[in-house]
Design a protein around this ligand. Sequence first.
Ligand SMILES: O=P(O)(O)OC[C@@H](O)[C@@H](O)c1c[nH]c2ccccc12
Length: 268
Amino acid sequence: MSILDDIKAYKLADVATRKEARPLAEMHAAARDTERPRDFEGALRRQMALGYALIAEIKKASPSKGLIREDFDPEALAKAYAEGGAACLSVLTDGPSFQGDDTYLRLARSACDLPVLRKDFMFDPWQIAESRVLGADCVLLILAALTDEEATALEDAAIEYGMAVLIECHTAEEVDRAKLLRSPLVGINNRDLGTFVTDTAITRKLARNVPGDRLIISESGLSTRQDLAQMARYGIRCFLIGESLMREANVEAATRELLRAPWTPEAE
Ligand SMILES: O=P(O)(O)OC[C@@H](O)[C@@H](O)c1c[nH]c2ccccc12
């Protein structure tokens, strides 16, 4: 069984229990009743016009690295990322694999003005409604874990609640499948979720197949200004970064330093 199968099994069991407490009709009504989500795509595009756009991730632990950050305060981290110049936040809410929690999302979002991605594993439209109720402005759809039909149903639900959708791909085939969906946000994960092997060349290889009207976000394994400059040479200026920033003592300063003076062709 691959790790994604394993995650799907515990996630569906967890959703079944949560659903008993709040059935779909009730969660759907609550989601429709929330305030307008913050503009995730707009925040990325505004920052890209000025340089790099960063989705900064709040992640305590991961299955490949174990505990990443001991001193873990989601509110302080959200403020540090916002002050350091991030465009958006990503908050892990999955407990079993990432030591995440739904409350981390609420705390991070209320500590700043940034739009927030709920980083979790979505299989059931009920989870999309729940994400909006928790305050998420964007959800992640991992194509490696979903059929086209499932991805479409989840995307439709997110769009109905006014949320953005980050479509995650890791292979050329998944990039082709992303074209069947409506969301312009295409994440290319440099990490293989089955083996945890991370190779930042994956973004450059797959970017060629992404239509020009989509916004490419390079995800995972990025840590230095050189990493970002290297991507920018290929026209990719939007990044999702977690671990390397989570390991910094001063997250705000590290974020600011990473985003300082973006690479431009003129500078070469
Ligand atoms: O911590 P990193 O290597 O900077 O990566 C961040 C993010 O891309 C990674 O956490 C991630 C990308 N896709 C995911 C899907 C599920 C869980 C986690 C992820």
